[in-house]
Design a protein around this ligand. Structure first.
Ligand code: MG
Length: 163
């Protein structure tokens, strides 16, 4: 039996994953507008991944007899000063999601909701990967030291993302 408090947090996380998808679509649109097609492709796959995350919450809630409520989405940040600023925003976003997952896990632990804890293990691991992905891109941008040609190559590289 999952408590009302925990149900509320699970529902909030479902909506945060959807909002993550929206945030990445807005980044994709910014890149597309600037003809950074590789970065736009990368963000498209990133957005799709977030909707898959939301579906995992949807399924878990359904399986445990909870009803998912779809909330209004906040308007995502749509204007960025540079390519680096987009990935900075992406890293910050993932750090916020990690904090939300930790809060949710903490609540599940407190309530001894073992099924919820087991379900969240996948997300704990996923968040390590998400933060690492964004941090690695930022590190690469820094290594380029302002080289426009380097950014051009990075755009091509991220355009090769397959999943
Ligand atoms: Mg996510």
């Amino acid at each position: 039996m999952i408590s009302k408090d925990l149900e509320k947090l699970l529902n909030e996380q479902y909506n945060l994953e959807l909002a993550s998808g929206h945030a990445y679509l807005a980044m994709m649109a910014w890149f597309q507008d600037k003809s950074w097609d590789g970065f736009a492709h990368f963000m498209k796959l990133q957005a799709e991944e977030e909707y898959e995350h939301a579906c995992k919450f949807f399924d878990f809630m359904g399986d445990t007899g909870l009803r998912t409520i779809v909330d209004a989405m906040p308007k995502p940040e749509a204007d960025f000063a540079s390519v680096r600023k987009v990935f900075e925003a992406a890293l910050k976003h993932e750090q916020d999601v990690t904090a939300a997952i930790h809060h949710l896990y903490d609540k599940a632990l407190e309530e001894k909701s073992f099924e919820t804890m087991e379900f969240l293990h996948w997300f704990l691991k996923e968040q390590v990967e998400e933060e690492d992905t964004m941090q690695t891109i930022l590190d690469k941008i820094d290594q380029l030291d302002g080289s426009d040609y380097g950014i051009y190559i990075l755009d091509k590289e991220l355009g090769q993302r397959e999943e």
